[in-house]
Ligand binder design. Structure first.
Ligand SMILES: O=c1[nH]cnc2c1ncn2[C@@H]1O[C@H](CO)[C@@H](O)[C@H]1O
Ligand SMILES: [Zn+2]
Length: 345
C-alpha cells in the first residue's frame, strides 16, 4: 500500500524554485559563476540549504533560501534552474507542476524583474521540450516585507502582461515570506490591484498566523490558499472554504518543520478532506524540506494511514485546483489516465 500510494504523486501545485535546487546543481552553477560556497560536496552543502532537524519556526526556515538565491541572479542560471527542476520532476514521474519564484529576489545583479520572468519562461520552454511532462507553469510570488509595495505591484503588472500572452506560462501570483512578521492585510492594496486587473492569486496563509490570516486571504479574493493549516481553528473559515470550493495547497514536511503543524498525528488534512475541502498535496521545497512529492505520499501512507481513496481524492483535487482552463484540466486527467491507468482501477 505504501509504495503504491506514491504513484499518486503526479501533480505538484506548490513548489518553490529556489527551495528546490539540487545540491549538485548548486555546486555546478557556483563554479560556473565563480561564487564561493561554504562546502564542496553535495552532502557537505546540505546543512546550509536544508532546514535543521530542530528548526524552530518559519523565520529560521526562510534563512535556507539565501544561498540558493545568491546563485540565481543571472538569466542563464535562472533558466537552467527551471529546466533542471522540470527534468527532476519528470524523472520522478510527475505529469504537471506549477513552479513559483519571486522575481524581486533575483534583481541583485543586473536583472530587472521582467528579465527574471523572461529567463524563467525560457527555462520553462527549454525544460518542457526535454521532458514528458504534460505541461508546467509559473506562479510569480509577491513577498511579505516592509517596504516593497512598488516591487510587489511590478510583479503583479508582469503577471498580467505574461498572462495575456497565451501559452507564455505565467498563470497566477502568490504572497510568500514571513507571515508572522507581516500580516496578510498589509498587502490589501496589492491584491485589490490584482483583482482589479483579473490576475488570479494564491496566498500563503494560516502557516505562521492563525485562521484570521486565511479569512483575510479569502476576503481579498484568493483563488487558493498556501497550506491554510490553521483554518482548522475556525468553523466559519472551513465553512467558507467548502462553500467557495477554495483549494488548500498542503505541504506536510514543510509544515512540520516550520511548526505550522506540531505533529503528523494532528495534521488536519484528513479533517479537511472529510469536510469536503479541496485539499491538495505538494512539496513546498524539495531541497529545503528534503522531500519529493512521492516522499510526501509515502510519509502520509506510513505515518498517517493515508488510504488509497484519500490519495486518489488528493490527486483529483489537484486537477480541480490547477490554474488551468477547464479543457486543459480534462486533457491533464486524460494524460494521467493513459499513463497510469492503475491509479483509476
Ligand atoms: O513555507 C514558506 N512560507 C512562506 N514563504 C516561503 C516558504 N517557502 C519559501 N518561501 C519564500 O518564497 C520565496 C520565493 O520562492 C523564497 O525565497 C522564500 O522566501
Ligand atoms: Zn510555500
Amino acid at each position: 500500500m505504501v509504495s503504491t500510494l506514491a504513484q499518486y504523486a503526479v501533480i505538484d501545485l506548490h513548489l518553490h524554485l529556489d527551495g528546490s535546487l539540487s545540491p549538485a546543481w548548486m555546486l555546478e552553477w557556483a563554479e560556473k559563476q565563480q561564487i564561493e560556497l561554504p562546502a564542496h560536496t553535495p552532502e557537505a552543502l546540505l546543512p546550509y540549504v536544508s532546514a535543521p532537524q530542530d528548526c524552530s519556526d518559519l523565520n529560521e526556515y526562510l534563512r535556507c533560501f539565501d544561498l540558493p538565491l545568491s546563485l540565481l541572479q543571472t538569466p542563464e542560471a535562472l533558466s537552467a534552474a527551471v529546466a533542471d527542476v522540470l527534468q527532476r520532476l519528470d524523472q520522478q514521474g510527475l505529469i504537471y507542476a506549477e513552479i513559483r519564484f519571486a522575481p524581486q529576489l533575483h534583481t541583485g545583479l543586473a536583472m530587472s524583474q521582467e528579465d527574471a520572468v523572461q529567463a524563467a519562461l525560457t527555462g520553462l520552454q527549454n525544460g518542457l521540450a526535454n521532458t514528458q511532462l504534460f505541461k508546467a507553469n509559473l506562479i510569480l510570488c509577491c513577498m511579505r516585507a516592509a517596504d516593497n509595495k512598488a516591487e510587489n505591484l511590478e510583479t503583479i503588472r508582469l503577471a498580467k502582461k505574461y498572462l495575456a500572452k497565451a501559452e507564455a506560462g505565467v498563470v497566477a501570483i502568490d504572497l510568500a515570506g514571513a507571515e508572522g512578521l507581516f500580516p496578510t492585510n498589509n498587502f490589501a492594496e496589492e491584491f485589490h490591484y490584482a483583482s482589479e486587473i483579473s490576475v488570479p492569486f494564491t496566498i500563503h496563509a494560516g502557516e505562521a498566523a492563525g485562521a484570521e490570516s486565511v479569512q483575510q486571504a479569502l476576503a481579498l479574493g484568493a483563488s487558493r490558499i498556501g497550506y491554510g493549516i490553521r483554518s482548522i481553528e475556525s468553523e466559519s473559515v472551513m465553512a467558507q472554504l467548502v462553500r467557495q470550493e477554495t483549494p488548500l495547497e498542503m505541504c506536510p514536511c514543510s509544515n512540520l518543520q516550520t511548526k505550522a503543524a506540531q505533529s503528523l498525528k494532528d495534521y488536519p488534512l484528513r479533517r479537511f478532506l472529510t469536510r469536503g475541502i479541496v485539499a491538495t498535496l505538494n512539496t513546498d521545497n524539495m531541497t529545503v524540506s528534503q522531500t519529493s512529492l512521492q516522499q510526501e505520499y509515502r510519509l502520509l501512507a506510513q505515518e498517517y494511514q493515508l488510504s488509497r481513496a484519500e490519495a486518489k481524492q488528493l490527486m483529483l483535487n489537484s486537477i480541480a485546483a490547477a490554474f488551468l482552463p477547464a479543457e486543459e484540466k480534462m486533457a491533464l486527467l486524460n494524460t494521467i489516465q493513459q499513463r497510469y491507468p492503475q491509479l483509476f482501477e
